[in-house]
Design a protein around this ligand. Structure first.
Ligand code: MRU
Length: 361
């Protein structure tokens, strides 16, 4: 995608392979800043602090984190310690564990002197595969969305959180079909929900604006009214983990949107690559839900009137707060899953149609 007209990815290795650089997602949309991560600890902190965020992107960042660790020390103990540190950063998005398992499996049989070079190559491969898979999700999703365009002739889509290119290496998951529709010349408009408390909707609005896609921001609680009024062709979100039965964990608030969409007869679609599907997880109840700091509710981040970054306390100190970062949408509320292999019903059978190699019964 483009930032100020320049083609960009969200993560890239620095020449000489002593660091990777990422777009700092905690200062967008107010400032565009590049952050340099030079150690496995830097990567782990950036994932925990959500400077790097979005299920596919944290998987790729973790793979580069292992490469950084291997550049310093590449014995078995260093490899396993890097994997363990990175795996402990965020529990819900399975892409993180998927990428770490893949890198560990690839590196362990190699002799330590070969590991650094191999780790950088494998991380780059995972990044390139993510781009290609998201591109394919865009094409499959576009076919589905085309068939949903209503009487207005314009595609009206609602999304939640940020499942755009900022959450991946490029293209995005939920937004990939939107970009594909826009690039194919369809008239498309996106309703973007703010996504309290971290406001990832502002990231979505920023990246849609960079690409020129018309969009409108809404508060999370406006979604029910807008869906009930009619005129929205589909709700499309990404996923942090898809269980084997088609239940989907995604950003907190996704479930409410699915309920409202179901009540209004609007299709609720979920777009995600293979690395988000956890065939070992039987259903949504088995997905670990991340609890984040209460300060994410207590403090509002933004800019003051002079444009200087500021934090405002909105809750009295000591107010009880709980802050689950994800919820689970049951498969029955999901009209279709969209992956790099195509579209399928949100069910075990549906997933196995796309991934027959996962059928072991
Ligand atoms: O907590 P975040 O911002 O990392 O959560 C991101 C989401 O929930 C996205 O919707 C999901 O990762 C899909 S990303 C393509």
């Amino acid at each position: 995608m483009r930032v100020n007209g320049m083609p960009m990815r969200t993560i890239w290795p620095v020449a000489g392979r002593f660091a990777v650089e990422v777009i700092d997602q905690t200062v967008l949309p107010h400032r565009y800043e590049v952050l340099r991560l030079a150690s496995v600890e830097d990567v782990a902190r950036a994932i925990c602090g959500m400077q790097v965020r979005g299920a596919p992107l944290i998987g790729v960042a973790a793979a580069y984190g292992v490469a950084l660790a291997m550049t310093r020390r590449a014995d078995d103990a260093a490899l396993l310690a890097a994997v363990e540190r990175l795996a402990a950063t965020r529990p819900t998005a399975v892409n993180l564990r998927w990428a770490l398992a893949r890198v560990q499996h690839f590196l362990l049989p190699l002799s330590p002197d070969l590991r650094a070079e191999a780790a950088w190559r494998e991380a780059a491969r995972i990044a390139d595969e993510d781009v290609e898979q998201c591109r394919r999700i865009g094409q499959h999703g576009l076919r589905l969305l085309r068939s949903r365009i209503g009487a207005s002739g314009r595609l009206e889509v609602m999304t939640h959180c940020n499942a755009g290119w900022l959450a991946t290496v490029d293209c995005g998951t939920a937004l990939a079909p939107v970009y594909a529709a826009f690039d194919a010349g369809l008239e498309v408009h996106v309703w973007v929900s703010e996504t309290r408390p971290r406001n990832q909707g502002l990231l979505t609005a920023w990246e849609l604006a960079q690409h020129g896609v018309p969009h409108t921001l809404i508060v999370d609680n406006a979604a029910g009214l807008l869906l009930a009024r009619g005129g929205i062709d589909a709700v499309i979100v990404g996923a942090d983990r898809i269980a084997a039965n088609g239940d989907v964990a995604n950003k907190i608030g996704s479930y409410l949107k699915a309920l409202a969409a179901s009540a209004a007869g609007v299709p609720f679609l979920v777009a995600a690559p293979r690395s988000t599907i956890d065939f070992a997880c039987p259903n949504g109840a088995a997905i670990p839900i991340e609890e984040r700091s209460a300060d994410e509710l207590r403090l509002v981040h933004g800019c003051d009137a002079a444009g200087v970054a500021a934090r405002l306390r909105q809750l009295p100190l000591g107010e009880a707060v709980v802050n689950p970062a994800f919820d689970v949408t049951p498969a029955r509320l999901i009209e279709a899953l969209i992956s790099e292999r195509g579209c399928c019903p949100a069910s075990r059978e549906g997933l196995l149609t796309l991934y027959p190699e996962e059928r072991h019964d």
